[in-house]
Design a protein around this ligand. Structure first.
Ligand code: NAD
Length: 257
């Protein structure tokens, strides 16, 4: 398979899973657009590094996924979008009765509403090109709940639902829309929630990893960024042309329980 001449836009891709997916798509020949809300030299250097490593066109476009117009603007500025990976996401861990309203709004906007805006802007480009792939990085928390994650679980369940709708709306076209539902991956997003989880449960950080975080994952191993990137590449392949509107769990058995 080659993704040469395809343009992939990956939201929230200056770090973690998004960066891994962007690298893997570039390795398959796709031109890539990296994104986050920052606009630093390091952000643009990542794009240059990918271009150099894989001989593709790689750009970094700053856009804040908490803002509807910037979500749509990202797709418009990119000018083409054959593969859209909706990956940007944040987390906040607190009981619902003390969950800060501004954190709720930010998580719903970045983790869920942005998927609506980017997908709406990208589908006409995919239709024009006669091919398209929408890949939503949801979560095991799109399929199951945990305490203290009201906004995240709500947003990720929303993304899984939206994935089904877009799969149905594009079913007769050469476009697919699927969600990847990772279990725990050791990225900055998870590293940042270890102290809060320890605090909420009144245990040490080591215990929080072992007894709370990986407790859900029967494999007792973190999922890797490379494994998730491999699933994204597979979803772009011809073998996956009839996979649409569904969720692929990569969670060491978490949601089998
Ligand atoms: P990460 O913190 O490394 O990456 C998140 C990315 O989103 C970063 O590039 C960040 O800059 C970007 N981002 C944050 N706010 C943004 C905004 N307003 N506009 C644009 N970009 C923004 O974390 P990650 O673990 O790589 O998370 C990536 C996705 O995977 C998220 O949607 C997350 O919910 C999901 N996920 C992660 C795990 C895990 O265990 N790490 C598990 C399941 C799902």
């Amino acid at each position: 398979m080659s993704l040469k001449d395809k343009t992939a836009i990956v939201t929230g891709s200056n770090s973690g899973i998004g960066l891994g997916i962007a690298r893997a798509l570039a390795r398959e020949g796709a031109d890539v657009v990296l994104n986050s809300f920052t606009d630093s030299e390091d952000d643009h250097a990542l794009a240059s590094e990918i271009a150099q490593d894989h001989g593709v066109v790689a750009r970094y476009i700053q856009a804040d996924m908490s803002k509807a117009e910037e979500c749509r603007g990202l797709i418009e500025k990119a000018g083409a979008c054959d593969i859209l990976v909706n990956n940007a996401g944040i987390q906040h861990v607190a009981p619902i009765d003390s969950f800060p309203a501004e954190k709720w709004d930010a998580i719903i906007a970045i983790n869920m509403n942005s998927v609506f805006h980017t997908t709406a802007a990208a589908l006409p480009m995919m239709r024009k090109a006669g091919w398209g792939r929408v890949i939503n990085v949801a979560s095991g928390h799109g399929l199951r709940a945990s305490p203290f994650k009201s906004a995240y679980v709500t947003a990720k369940h929303g993304v899984v639902g939206m994935t089904k709708v877009v799969g149905l709306e594009t079913a007769k076209e050469p476009i697919t829309c699927n969600a990847i539902c990772p279990g725990y991956v050791l990225t900055p997003l998870v590293e940042a929630q270890i102290p809060d989880t320890a605090k909420e449960y009144g245990i040490s950080e080591d215990e929080a990893v072992e007894k709370v975080i990986l407790a859900k994952q029967p494999s007792k191993e973190f999922v890797t960024v490379e494994q998730l990137a491999g699933i994204a590449v597979f979803l772009c392949s011809d073998s996956a042309a009839q996979i649409t509107g569904t969720s692929i769990a990569a969670d060491g058995g978490w949601t089998a329980q």
